[in-house]
Design a protein around this ligand. Structure first.
Ligand code: IPD
Ligand code: CA
Ligand code: CA
Length: 567
């Protein structure tokens, strides 16, 4: 899965083509038996606020062919409701769930086993037209009055005000990645893998000039097309069709809102659909599955890798509501004192992460700051801080994170720390290196205090600050223990101090740090142990790149002997 995970489902809104009553009935009876609200409208009806109760937990479903899917995509995009396409019998690229799989696909969504991927839309203005589409916009020379008249014309194209040139031929196609397998493909455009691909491409249609190739531009580029003659504009294969007069300027750019499409294991995979539907020669698909060297290699069955993928997806999914609620928190609950707070956002993120892990690993205990579970002494268990740095979060400061660790016999074997605002994803699997957004990370090799930059967490009496501020290049107090550890592992600080830690604050960060050779002890240099007991015992933590560790411990010893460090 490449996108975020869809974790909750309370309501379904559907658009159905005529003659799809059988499938509509299946959807309705499935919804009823799972106590989920359902509304199905005829394709062509505009979906409005009145049809939707809970945007965030609503699933959109199109029942028909690609035309119905395109209509539903346009109608649902403003609400950012994810869309699943059921194919009711025609050849379809977008509606990819077959009728016999509908119930299973819905169950997969319900159980948190679906991912949501963003698909680029375009936004076009021309004359009176102002609309969006997900496939392609096609400009075709308006047919001549008599059959001997010219069927070609000129189009002048600009990208971000740079003149690209004159396209002389029967027309031009501007396609999204999703549209790349349609009209653009028949005109020698490249196939784009559509998931999370944010581009537009300019494809000449039956151009007279031989040396004109497709151009791919970013979703943010503005493409202006000036018509030298009358052309017909066709939005997404006939959804809107109009004649434009000579001198009209057509402006097309990426739409701000992508279409959120839902994928389950019941969708045809993209390349498989290509092989099937376009008869691609690169490989064949038969009942024995895909045949190619790569595909026939066993899929990664490594348990930790699968767990790491689930943890990263869970973190990304939980990051979405956090980004939305960031800085606008009104209901803060106080747990033990005025700085120990929890918000609605902590609970939402916690729910998403637990749902995602439970659906993949129902046999595992998930301990979290926001529940009363305790990971078992033996075997696997998860430990989660759904929002580390709630204080920062509630004040609109971006330095907060999500921390997810998998433990085996209470030792971290996998750690994921994700910072939603900066989209920094740190992760490590024991023995397999540590990464930030796909790039291997390493800590610094500094071993001198006077060259080091330190981080501090909770430091109630300011002892750490006092002891080290003048000895080093500075002590920064950022506000998320999990992220501090990830920063030390990635080399943007040399060490970190926390006066007390819970296991959920640090288990993931420590896994990442240990993987790159960092060190974690208490203030006296005795090795750090995660403490799991139910009495909420907290432990001090001094963690570093490894090489500056001994100088740190020796300096604390000196400060203690002079009574400047009392804990
Ligand atoms: C806190 C943060 C903070 C640390 C505290 C933690 P929370 O976690 O990690 O940086 O100094 O000790 O409790 O409450 O925001 O999850
Ligand atoms: Ca925490
Ligand atoms: Ca927390």
């Amino acid at each position: 899965m490449h996108g975020r995970r869809l974790a909750t489902l309370d309501e379904i809104i559907g658009l159905a083509a005529p003659d799809s009553d059988d499938i509509v009935d299946i959807v309705k009876s499935w919804a009823k038996s799972n106590d989920i609200g359902v509304t199905v409208l005829d394709v062509g009806t505009d979906i409005t606020n009145g049809h939707i109760e809970r945007e965030k937990t609503t699933l959109g479903i199109s029942i028909g062919g690609d035309g119905t899917f395109l209509e539903a995509a346009r109608s649902l995009a403003p609400f950012q409701i994810p869309l699943m396409g059921v194919n009711s019998g025609t050849l379809a690229f977008l509606a990819r769930v077959e009728p016999m799989d509908v119930k299973d696909a819905l169950t997969a969504v319900y159980r948190g086993r679906a991912s949501v991927n963003a698909r680029q839309q375009y936004e076009v203005t021309a004359g009176d037209i102002e609309t969006t589409g997900i496939n392609e916009m096609f400009l075709q020379k308006h047919p001549p009055e008599d059959r001997y008249g010219t069927k070609v014309g000129s189009l002048h194209v600009f990208v971000d005000e740079e003149y690209v040139g004159e396209y002389f031929g029967s027309g031009l196609i501007i396609s999204t990645p999703t549209g790349s397998t349609g009209r653009a493909y028949s005109n020698h455009g490249p196939v784009h893998y559509p998931q999370n691909n944010r581009t537009l491409q300019i494809i000449p249609h039956e151009t007279i000039s031989a040396a004109v190739d497709p151009i791919v531009v970013s979703q943010d580029s503005e493409i202006d097309i000036v018509l030298d003659a009358d052309f017909d504009i066709d939005i997404d294969g006939g959804r809107q069709f109009e004649r434009l007069e000579a001198d009209t300027v057509v402006r097309i750019t990426g739409a701000n809102q992508p279409v959120q499409t839902v994928r389950t294991e019941y969708d045809d995979a993209f390349i498989t659909a290509l092989v099937d539907k376009l008869d691609w020669g690169l490989r064949t698909v038969d009942n024995n599955g895909p045949q190619s060297a790569l595909e026939s290699r066993p899929a990664s069955s490594n348990f930790e890798e699968r767990a790491a993928r689930v943890a990263r997806e869970a973190a990304r999914s939980a990051g979405e509501p956090l980004r939305e609620l960031h800085g606008q928190v009104e209901n803060v609950e106080y747990k033990t004192d005025k700085s120990d707070i929890v918000t609605e956002a902590d609970y939402q993120a916690n729910y998403i992460i637990q749902t995602a892990i439970n659906s993949e690993f129902p046999e595992h205990v998930v301990q979290s700051e926001e529940n009363d579970q305790i990971v078992p002494e033996d075997g696997y268990g998860w430990i989660v801080d759904p929002l580390d740095g709630t204080g920062n979060f509630a004040h609109g400061n971006p330095n907060y994170s999500i921390s997810i660790a998998l433990l085996k016999d209470r030792k971290p074997v996998l750690g994921v720390v994700y910072a939603p605002e900066s989209e920094e994803m740190f992760y490590a699997i024991d023995g397999e290196g540590a990464y930030q957004n796909g790039h291997e990370i390493q800590p610094t090799s500094r071993d001198r205090l006077d060259e080091s930059m330190l981080l501090s967490g909770y430091d109630p009496n300011g002892e750490f600050l006092q002891a080290f501020y003048h000895e080093t290049q500075g002590v920064r107090r950022l506000g998320s223990a999990a992220l501090n550890l990830a920063y030390v592992a990635a080399g943007s600080a040399d060490a970190v101090w926390e006066h007390d830690t819970h296991p959920w604050d640090v288990a993931a960060g420590l896994c990442i740090l240990q993987e790159v050779g960092g060190e974690a002890t208490d203030q006296y240099g005795s090795s750090y142990e995660l403490s799991f007991n139910a009495t909420n015992q907290r432990t001090p933590l001094l963690a570093s790149n490894g090489s500056v560790h001994q100088p740190l411990v020796s300096h604390i010893e000196r400060a203690s002997s002079m009574n400047e460090w009392r804990h």
